[in-house]
Write a protein that binds this ligand. Structure first.
Ligand code: GLC
Length: 453
Protein backbone atom coordinates (compact mmCIF):
# COMPACT_ATOMS: atom_id res chain seq x y z
CA UNK A 1 0.00 0.00 0.00
CA UNK A 2 1.26 3.47 -0.86
CA UNK A 3 1.30 6.07 1.92
CA UNK A 4 1.45 9.86 1.85
CA UNK A 5 1.97 12.05 4.86
CA UNK A 6 0.90 15.67 4.41
CA UNK A 7 2.46 18.16 6.82
CA UNK A 8 1.35 21.73 7.40
CA UNK A 9 1.00 24.41 10.04
CA UNK A 10 -2.77 24.57 9.65
CA UNK A 11 -5.52 22.25 8.43
CA UNK A 12 -9.17 23.08 8.09
CA UNK A 13 -11.49 22.60 9.96
CA UNK A 14 -9.15 22.17 12.96
CA UNK A 15 -7.25 25.47 12.76
CA UNK A 16 -7.14 27.91 9.90
CA UNK A 17 -5.90 31.33 8.91
CA UNK A 18 -6.47 31.06 5.17
CA UNK A 19 -6.16 29.17 1.91
CA UNK A 20 -3.39 26.85 3.07
CA UNK A 21 -5.71 25.29 5.65
CA UNK A 22 -8.48 24.90 3.07
CA UNK A 23 -6.23 22.99 0.71
CA UNK A 24 -4.71 20.94 3.52
CA UNK A 25 -8.24 20.10 4.64
CA UNK A 26 -9.60 19.07 1.26
CA UNK A 27 -6.77 17.71 -0.91
CA UNK A 28 -5.84 14.70 1.26
CA UNK A 29 -9.48 13.65 1.62
CA UNK A 30 -10.03 14.08 -2.12
CA UNK A 31 -7.00 11.88 -2.86
CA UNK A 32 -8.39 9.25 -0.51
CA UNK A 33 -11.79 9.41 -2.16
CA UNK A 34 -10.37 8.93 -5.64
CA UNK A 35 -7.76 6.33 -4.60
CA UNK A 36 -9.10 4.48 -1.55
CA UNK A 37 -6.13 2.11 -1.70
CA UNK A 38 -3.72 4.92 -0.76
CA UNK A 39 -3.01 5.39 2.94
CA UNK A 40 -3.36 9.16 3.36
CA UNK A 41 -2.39 10.86 6.59
CA UNK A 42 -1.80 14.43 7.73
CA UNK A 43 0.08 16.04 10.57
CA UNK A 44 -0.24 19.47 12.18
CA UNK A 45 0.54 21.08 15.54
CA UNK A 46 -2.09 20.77 18.26
CA UNK A 47 -2.73 24.51 18.36
CA UNK A 48 -4.74 25.89 21.26
CA UNK A 49 -7.26 27.01 18.59
CA UNK A 50 -8.25 23.38 17.94
CA UNK A 51 -11.55 23.25 19.76
CA UNK A 52 -12.81 20.89 22.42
CA UNK A 53 -15.22 19.15 20.11
CA UNK A 54 -12.31 17.89 17.96
CA UNK A 55 -10.12 17.20 20.96
CA UNK A 56 -12.77 14.91 22.39
CA UNK A 57 -12.69 12.83 19.21
CA UNK A 58 -8.92 12.37 19.37
CA UNK A 59 -7.10 9.29 20.52
CA UNK A 60 -3.89 9.64 22.49
CA UNK A 61 -1.37 7.47 20.65
CA UNK A 62 1.82 7.94 22.67
CA UNK A 63 4.45 10.46 23.56
CA UNK A 64 8.06 10.89 22.48
CA UNK A 65 10.90 13.20 23.39
CA UNK A 66 12.06 15.28 20.45
CA UNK A 67 15.50 16.81 20.10
CA UNK A 68 15.42 20.44 19.05
CA UNK A 69 19.15 21.02 18.91
CA UNK A 70 20.30 20.65 22.56
CA UNK A 71 16.74 20.72 23.94
CA UNK A 72 14.79 17.59 24.59
CA UNK A 73 11.08 18.40 24.34
CA UNK A 74 7.93 16.47 25.09
CA UNK A 75 5.68 15.71 22.13
CA UNK A 76 2.27 14.10 22.59
CA UNK A 77 0.87 12.36 19.51
CA UNK A 78 -2.91 12.42 19.11
CA UNK A 79 -4.88 11.05 16.18
CA UNK A 80 -8.31 11.23 14.63
CA UNK A 81 -9.76 9.64 11.50
CA UNK A 82 -12.03 11.71 9.25
CA UNK A 83 -13.31 10.62 5.83
CA UNK A 84 -10.71 7.89 5.64
CA UNK A 85 -7.76 10.18 6.37
CA UNK A 86 -5.77 9.88 9.60
CA UNK A 87 -4.86 13.21 11.16
CA UNK A 88 -2.04 13.47 13.67
CA UNK A 89 -1.81 16.37 16.09
CA UNK A 90 1.51 17.04 17.78
CA UNK A 91 1.16 18.43 21.24
CA UNK A 92 3.52 20.63 23.17
CA UNK A 93 1.87 23.35 25.21
CA UNK A 94 4.94 25.54 25.44
CA UNK A 95 5.08 25.84 21.67
CA UNK A 96 1.45 25.66 20.64
CA UNK A 97 -0.64 26.98 23.48
CA UNK A 98 -0.48 30.43 21.94
CA UNK A 99 -3.00 32.94 20.72
CA UNK A 100 -1.56 32.92 17.18
CA UNK A 101 -0.62 30.13 14.79
CA UNK A 102 2.28 32.24 13.51
CA UNK A 103 3.82 35.60 14.19
CA UNK A 104 5.12 34.72 17.66
CA UNK A 105 8.62 35.83 18.67
CA UNK A 106 9.90 32.23 18.62
CA UNK A 107 8.31 30.92 15.41
CA UNK A 108 11.68 29.55 14.32
CA UNK A 109 11.93 27.31 17.37
CA UNK A 110 8.23 26.38 17.34
CA UNK A 111 8.33 25.10 13.78
CA UNK A 112 11.77 23.60 14.20
CA UNK A 113 10.19 21.52 16.94
CA UNK A 114 7.25 20.64 14.71
CA UNK A 115 9.50 19.60 11.81
CA UNK A 116 11.69 17.34 13.94
CA UNK A 117 8.67 16.02 15.82
CA UNK A 118 6.90 14.92 12.67
CA UNK A 119 9.99 13.05 11.50
CA UNK A 120 10.42 11.43 14.91
CA UNK A 121 6.74 10.52 14.93
CA UNK A 122 7.40 8.21 11.97
CA UNK A 123 9.80 6.16 14.08
CA UNK A 124 7.56 6.26 17.13
CA UNK A 125 4.48 5.12 15.21
CA UNK A 126 6.46 2.84 12.89
CA UNK A 127 4.84 4.65 10.00
CA UNK A 128 7.24 5.56 7.21
CA UNK A 129 5.35 7.07 4.29
CA UNK A 130 6.45 6.77 0.67
CA UNK A 131 5.96 10.50 0.32
CA UNK A 132 6.33 13.29 2.82
CA UNK A 133 4.42 16.24 1.40
CA UNK A 134 5.46 19.40 3.24
CA UNK A 135 3.68 22.71 2.78
CA UNK A 136 5.13 26.20 3.20
CA UNK A 137 8.05 27.33 5.32
CA UNK A 138 6.68 26.02 8.63
CA UNK A 139 7.43 22.48 7.45
CA UNK A 140 10.41 23.25 5.20
CA UNK A 141 12.86 22.09 7.85
CA UNK A 142 11.30 18.61 7.84
CA UNK A 143 12.38 18.24 4.20
CA UNK A 144 15.84 19.62 4.92
CA UNK A 145 16.38 17.45 7.99
CA UNK A 146 15.02 14.37 6.22
CA UNK A 147 17.59 14.69 3.46
CA UNK A 148 20.49 16.09 5.46
CA UNK A 149 20.26 14.26 8.76
CA UNK A 150 17.82 11.35 8.80
CA UNK A 151 19.02 9.73 5.56
CA UNK A 152 21.47 7.51 7.41
CA UNK A 153 18.48 5.43 8.49
CA UNK A 154 17.28 3.29 5.57
CA UNK A 155 13.62 3.75 6.55
CA UNK A 156 13.93 7.50 6.12
CA UNK A 157 16.17 7.28 3.07
CA UNK A 158 13.44 5.76 0.93
CA UNK A 159 10.97 8.59 1.64
CA UNK A 160 10.44 11.01 -1.25
CA UNK A 161 9.95 14.61 -0.18
CA UNK A 162 7.51 16.96 -1.90
CA UNK A 163 7.55 20.61 -1.03
CA UNK A 164 4.66 22.89 -1.98
CA UNK A 165 4.94 26.65 -2.05
CA UNK A 166 1.61 28.32 -1.28
CA UNK A 167 3.09 31.78 -1.03
CA UNK A 168 6.69 32.55 -1.96
CA UNK A 169 6.64 35.72 0.13
CA UNK A 170 6.74 33.79 3.39
CA UNK A 171 10.10 32.05 3.31
CA UNK A 172 11.11 31.42 6.89
CA UNK A 173 14.10 33.75 7.15
CA UNK A 174 16.21 33.75 10.32
CA UNK A 175 19.55 34.95 11.61
CA UNK A 176 22.45 32.66 10.73
CA UNK A 177 23.41 32.69 14.42
CA UNK A 178 20.61 30.25 15.30
CA UNK A 179 21.51 27.61 12.70
CA UNK A 180 22.73 25.12 15.27
CA UNK A 181 21.02 26.36 18.38
CA UNK A 182 17.45 26.42 17.03
CA UNK A 183 17.45 24.45 13.79
CA UNK A 184 19.86 21.73 14.80
CA UNK A 185 21.89 22.10 11.60
CA UNK A 186 25.67 22.37 11.39
CA UNK A 187 28.29 23.83 9.08
CA UNK A 188 27.84 20.88 6.69
CA UNK A 189 24.25 21.93 6.05
CA UNK A 190 25.00 25.62 6.06
CA UNK A 191 25.25 26.06 2.28
CA UNK A 192 21.89 24.44 1.78
CA UNK A 193 19.97 26.95 3.85
CA UNK A 194 22.12 30.08 3.61
CA UNK A 195 20.75 32.82 1.43
CA UNK A 196 21.79 36.48 1.47
CA UNK A 197 23.60 35.91 4.73
CA UNK A 198 20.52 34.50 6.49
CA UNK A 199 18.92 31.14 7.05
CA UNK A 200 16.22 30.71 4.42
CA UNK A 201 14.19 27.57 5.06
CA UNK A 202 12.30 27.76 1.77
CA UNK A 203 15.55 27.86 -0.17
CA UNK A 204 16.76 24.82 1.75
CA UNK A 205 13.56 22.91 1.03
CA UNK A 206 13.70 23.75 -2.68
CA UNK A 207 17.21 22.29 -2.83
CA UNK A 208 16.48 19.22 -0.74
CA UNK A 209 13.03 18.21 -2.00
CA UNK A 210 12.66 15.57 -4.68
CA UNK A 211 9.84 17.56 -6.20
CA UNK A 212 8.75 21.16 -5.71
CA UNK A 213 5.28 22.26 -6.59
CA UNK A 214 3.29 25.39 -6.34
CA UNK A 215 -0.44 25.82 -6.60
CA UNK A 216 -0.93 26.93 -10.20
CA UNK A 217 1.10 26.57 -13.36
CA UNK A 218 1.14 30.31 -13.98
CA UNK A 219 2.58 30.95 -10.49
CA UNK A 220 5.23 28.27 -11.12
CA UNK A 221 6.38 30.33 -14.10
CA UNK A 222 6.02 33.68 -12.35
CA UNK A 223 8.14 32.80 -9.32
CA UNK A 224 11.04 32.10 -11.62
CA UNK A 225 11.11 35.81 -12.52
CA UNK A 226 12.45 38.75 -10.60
CA UNK A 227 9.06 40.42 -10.34
CA UNK A 228 7.45 37.51 -8.49
CA UNK A 229 10.25 35.37 -7.11
CA UNK A 230 10.70 37.37 -3.90
CA UNK A 231 14.45 36.86 -4.30
CA UNK A 232 14.35 33.10 -4.86
CA UNK A 233 13.89 33.22 -8.65
CA UNK A 234 17.45 32.16 -9.48
CA UNK A 235 17.30 29.22 -7.10
CA UNK A 236 13.99 28.13 -8.59
CA UNK A 237 15.38 28.47 -12.10
CA UNK A 238 18.39 26.41 -11.17
CA UNK A 239 16.09 23.60 -10.03
CA UNK A 240 13.37 24.19 -12.63
CA UNK A 241 13.46 20.54 -13.74
CA UNK A 242 11.80 19.54 -10.52
CA UNK A 243 9.54 22.61 -10.15
CA UNK A 244 5.96 22.33 -11.31
CA UNK A 245 2.58 24.02 -10.83
CA UNK A 246 -0.63 22.15 -10.13
CA UNK A 247 -3.73 24.25 -9.71
CA UNK A 248 -5.69 23.84 -6.46
CA UNK A 249 -9.29 22.80 -6.40
CA UNK A 250 -12.08 23.55 -3.96
CA UNK A 251 -14.23 21.14 -2.00
CA UNK A 252 -17.32 21.06 -4.21
CA UNK A 253 -19.43 19.43 -1.49
CA UNK A 254 -18.58 22.01 1.11
CA UNK A 255 -19.16 24.82 -1.37
CA UNK A 256 -22.38 23.80 -3.01
CA UNK A 257 -25.30 26.26 -3.34
CA UNK A 258 -27.65 23.28 -3.73
CA UNK A 259 -26.86 21.96 -0.25
CA UNK A 260 -25.33 24.83 1.69
CA UNK A 261 -26.97 25.22 5.13
CA UNK A 262 -25.20 28.51 5.78
CA UNK A 263 -27.02 30.47 3.10
CA UNK A 264 -30.50 32.00 3.14
CA UNK A 265 -31.91 29.97 0.27
CA UNK A 266 -30.51 27.05 -1.71
CA UNK A 267 -30.27 27.19 -5.49
CA UNK A 268 -28.66 25.67 -8.55
CA UNK A 269 -27.61 26.63 -12.07
CA UNK A 270 -30.93 25.42 -13.42
CA UNK A 271 -32.92 27.47 -10.92
CA UNK A 272 -31.25 30.65 -9.77
CA UNK A 273 -34.26 32.14 -7.98
CA UNK A 274 -32.76 31.30 -4.57
CA UNK A 275 -29.80 33.50 -5.38
CA UNK A 276 -32.06 36.55 -5.38
CA UNK A 277 -33.21 35.65 -1.85
CA UNK A 278 -29.59 35.52 -0.74
CA UNK A 279 -28.94 38.89 -2.32
CA UNK A 280 -31.84 40.41 -0.41
CA UNK A 281 -30.62 38.89 2.87
CA UNK A 282 -27.12 40.12 2.18
CA UNK A 283 -28.28 43.66 1.48
CA UNK A 284 -30.30 43.62 4.70
CA UNK A 285 -27.43 42.22 6.74
CA UNK A 286 -25.08 44.97 5.61
CA UNK A 287 -27.69 47.72 5.87
CA UNK A 288 -27.67 48.34 2.14
CA UNK A 289 -30.64 49.49 0.12
CA UNK A 290 -32.61 46.33 -0.68
CA UNK A 291 -32.83 46.48 -4.43
CA UNK A 292 -32.46 43.48 -6.75
CA UNK A 293 -31.39 45.68 -9.67
CA UNK A 294 -28.29 47.25 -8.17
CA UNK A 295 -25.18 45.10 -8.67
CA UNK A 296 -23.45 44.02 -5.46
CA UNK A 297 -19.67 43.89 -5.83
CA UNK A 298 -18.01 41.94 -3.03
CA UNK A 299 -14.65 41.02 -1.59
CA UNK A 300 -13.83 38.34 0.98
CA UNK A 301 -10.15 38.64 1.66
CA UNK A 302 -7.31 38.85 4.10
CA UNK A 303 -6.48 42.54 4.24
CA UNK A 304 -2.90 42.04 3.06
CA UNK A 305 -1.02 44.24 0.61
CA UNK A 306 -0.61 41.60 -2.09
CA UNK A 307 -4.39 41.22 -2.40
CA UNK A 308 -4.53 44.39 -4.50
CA UNK A 309 -6.25 46.51 -1.86
CA UNK A 310 -4.40 49.67 -2.79
CA UNK A 311 -6.10 49.49 -6.20
CA UNK A 312 -9.50 49.13 -4.55
CA UNK A 313 -8.69 52.02 -2.22
CA UNK A 314 -7.87 54.26 -5.16
CA UNK A 315 -11.17 53.67 -6.93
CA UNK A 316 -13.46 52.86 -3.99
CA UNK A 317 -15.52 56.03 -4.42
CA UNK A 318 -15.87 55.45 -8.14
CA UNK A 319 -17.01 51.86 -7.65
CA UNK A 320 -20.08 52.93 -5.73
CA UNK A 321 -20.57 56.28 -7.38
CA UNK A 322 -21.93 54.50 -10.44
CA UNK A 323 -25.05 52.67 -9.36
CA UNK A 324 -23.45 49.79 -7.43
CA UNK A 325 -23.04 48.49 -3.90
CA UNK A 326 -19.79 47.33 -2.32
CA UNK A 327 -19.27 44.71 0.38
CA UNK A 328 -16.02 43.72 2.07
CA UNK A 329 -15.36 41.05 4.69
CA UNK A 330 -11.90 40.50 6.12
CA UNK A 331 -9.26 41.30 8.68
CA UNK A 332 -5.59 42.14 8.42
CA UNK A 333 -3.34 45.15 8.10
CA UNK A 334 -4.44 48.13 10.13
CA UNK A 335 -4.10 50.57 7.26
CA UNK A 336 -6.74 48.71 5.24
CA UNK A 337 -8.97 47.92 8.19
CA UNK A 338 -9.17 51.62 9.01
CA UNK A 339 -9.66 52.74 5.45
CA UNK A 340 -12.50 50.35 4.73
CA UNK A 341 -14.20 50.83 8.09
CA UNK A 342 -14.23 54.58 7.50
CA UNK A 343 -15.35 54.09 3.91
CA UNK A 344 -18.33 52.05 5.13
CA UNK A 345 -19.26 54.68 7.69
CA UNK A 346 -19.20 57.39 5.04
CA UNK A 347 -21.45 55.48 2.67
CA UNK A 348 -24.22 53.81 4.65
CA UNK A 349 -26.66 52.04 2.36
CA UNK A 350 -24.07 51.72 -0.41
CA UNK A 351 -21.01 50.17 1.20
CA UNK A 352 -21.14 47.38 3.78
CA UNK A 353 -17.93 46.59 5.61
CA UNK A 354 -17.28 43.87 8.16
CA UNK A 355 -13.81 43.77 9.64
CA UNK A 356 -13.99 40.18 10.81
CA UNK A 357 -13.20 36.58 9.91
CA UNK A 358 -16.57 34.92 9.58
CA UNK A 359 -16.96 31.72 7.55
CA UNK A 360 -20.75 31.71 7.69
CA UNK A 361 -21.06 35.30 6.57
CA UNK A 362 -18.58 34.65 3.77
CA UNK A 363 -20.94 31.99 2.40
CA UNK A 364 -23.82 34.47 2.32
CA UNK A 365 -21.58 36.89 0.44
CA UNK A 366 -20.51 34.26 -2.10
CA UNK A 367 -24.16 33.40 -2.60
CA UNK A 368 -25.72 36.85 -2.49
CA UNK A 369 -23.28 39.05 -4.39
CA UNK A 370 -23.30 39.57 -8.15
CA UNK A 371 -19.60 40.15 -8.70
CA UNK A 372 -16.55 39.09 -6.77
CA UNK A 373 -13.41 41.21 -6.80
CA UNK A 374 -9.90 39.77 -6.60
CA UNK A 375 -7.41 42.23 -8.05
CA UNK A 376 -4.36 40.59 -6.40
CA UNK A 377 -0.86 41.80 -7.08
CA UNK A 378 0.31 38.22 -6.57
CA UNK A 379 -1.84 35.14 -6.07
CA UNK A 380 -0.35 31.67 -5.97
CA UNK A 381 -3.72 30.15 -6.66
CA UNK A 382 -6.61 31.81 -4.90
CA UNK A 383 -9.64 29.82 -3.87
CA UNK A 384 -12.25 32.55 -3.41
CA UNK A 385 -12.62 33.17 -7.14
CA UNK A 386 -13.47 29.49 -7.63
CA UNK A 387 -15.89 29.51 -4.71
CA UNK A 388 -17.58 32.65 -6.05
CA UNK A 389 -17.93 31.04 -9.48
CA UNK A 390 -19.49 27.99 -7.89
CA UNK A 391 -22.16 30.27 -6.38
CA UNK A 392 -22.86 32.02 -9.68
CA UNK A 393 -21.04 35.17 -8.57
CA UNK A 394 -18.93 36.47 -11.43
CA UNK A 395 -15.23 36.95 -10.62
CA UNK A 396 -13.36 40.10 -11.59
CA UNK A 397 -9.67 39.30 -11.24
CA UNK A 398 -6.18 40.38 -12.16
CA UNK A 399 -4.40 38.02 -14.56
CA UNK A 400 -1.83 36.60 -12.19
CA UNK A 401 -0.98 33.15 -10.76
CA UNK A 402 -3.98 30.91 -10.24
CA UNK A 403 -6.38 33.74 -11.06
CA UNK A 404 -4.97 33.65 -14.57
CA UNK A 405 -5.31 29.87 -14.74
CA UNK A 406 -8.87 29.66 -13.48
CA UNK A 407 -10.67 32.78 -14.76
CA UNK A 408 -10.83 33.57 -18.45
CA UNK A 409 -12.18 36.88 -19.76
CA UNK A 410 -15.75 37.08 -20.99
CA UNK A 411 -15.97 37.13 -24.78
CA UNK A 412 -19.48 35.85 -25.43
CA UNK A 413 -22.01 33.41 -23.99
CA UNK A 414 -19.72 30.51 -24.76
CA UNK A 415 -16.31 31.89 -24.01
CA UNK A 416 -15.04 33.21 -20.71
CA UNK A 417 -16.16 32.92 -17.07
CA UNK A 418 -15.34 36.33 -15.62
CA UNK A 419 -13.65 39.66 -16.18
CA UNK A 420 -9.91 40.14 -16.10
CA UNK A 421 -7.26 42.83 -16.38
CA UNK A 422 -3.54 42.57 -16.65
CA UNK A 423 -1.55 45.66 -15.56
CA UNK A 424 -1.52 46.39 -11.87
CA UNK A 425 -3.39 49.64 -12.29
CA UNK A 426 -6.49 50.93 -10.51
CA UNK A 427 -8.10 52.33 -13.64
CA UNK A 428 -7.67 49.11 -15.57
CA UNK A 429 -9.52 47.48 -12.71
CA UNK A 430 -12.23 50.12 -12.84
CA UNK A 431 -12.54 49.61 -16.57
CA UNK A 432 -13.32 45.91 -16.21
CA UNK A 433 -15.71 46.60 -13.35
CA UNK A 434 -17.61 48.89 -15.73
CA UNK A 435 -17.55 46.18 -18.40
CA UNK A 436 -19.03 43.75 -15.90
CA UNK A 437 -21.68 46.26 -14.85
CA UNK A 438 -22.66 46.84 -18.47
CA UNK A 439 -23.14 43.17 -19.04
CA UNK A 440 -25.02 42.90 -15.74
CA UNK A 441 -27.65 45.26 -17.10
CA UNK A 442 -28.19 42.78 -19.90
CA UNK A 443 -29.62 40.02 -17.71
CA UNK A 444 -30.06 37.64 -20.59
CA UNK A 445 -26.32 37.36 -21.20
CA UNK A 446 -25.42 37.84 -17.55
CA UNK A 447 -27.45 34.87 -16.39
CA UNK A 448 -25.63 32.68 -18.94
CA UNK A 449 -22.35 33.80 -17.43
CA UNK A 450 -23.63 33.09 -13.92
CA UNK A 451 -24.58 29.57 -14.88
CA UNK A 452 -20.97 28.67 -15.50
CA UNK A 453 -20.88 27.65 -11.85
C1 GLC B 1 -1.98 30.87 -0.06
C2 GLC B 1 -1.97 31.67 -1.35
C3 GLC B 1 -3.25 31.46 -2.15
C4 GLC B 1 -3.52 29.95 -2.31
C5 GLC B 1 -3.52 29.27 -0.95
C6 GLC B 1 -3.71 27.77 -1.04
O1 GLC B 1 -2.91 31.38 0.85
O2 GLC B 1 -1.80 33.06 -1.09
O3 GLC B 1 -3.14 32.04 -3.43
O4 GLC B 1 -4.76 29.75 -2.92
O5 GLC B 1 -2.29 29.49 -0.29
O6 GLC B 1 -2.75 27.14 -1.83
Amino acid sequence: MKCILFAGGEISPFASTGGLADVMGSLPEAIKKVNPEIDVRCVMPLHSKVNLEWRQKMKFERWVMVDVSWRSQYCGIFSLVKNGVTYYFLDNEMYFNRSNLYGEYDDGERYSFFSYALLDMMRAMDFFPDVLHANDWQTALSVIALKQKYWTDERYRRIKAFYTIHNIEYQGIFDMAILGDVFGLDYENKNVVEFNGCINLTKGAIICADYVTTVSSQYAKEIQTEQYGAGLQEILKMYSDKVDGIVNGIDVDLYNPKKDKDIASKYSASNLSGKAVNKMELQKKFGLEVNPEVPVIAMVTRLAGHKGLDLVKTIAEEIIWYDAQFILLGTGEKEYEEFFRFFGERHPGKAGISISYDRKLSKLIYAGADMFLMPSKTEACGLAQMIASRYGTVPIVRETGGLYDTIKPYVNDKEGNGFTFSSYNAYDLLYVIRQAEDLYRDQNHWSKLMKKL
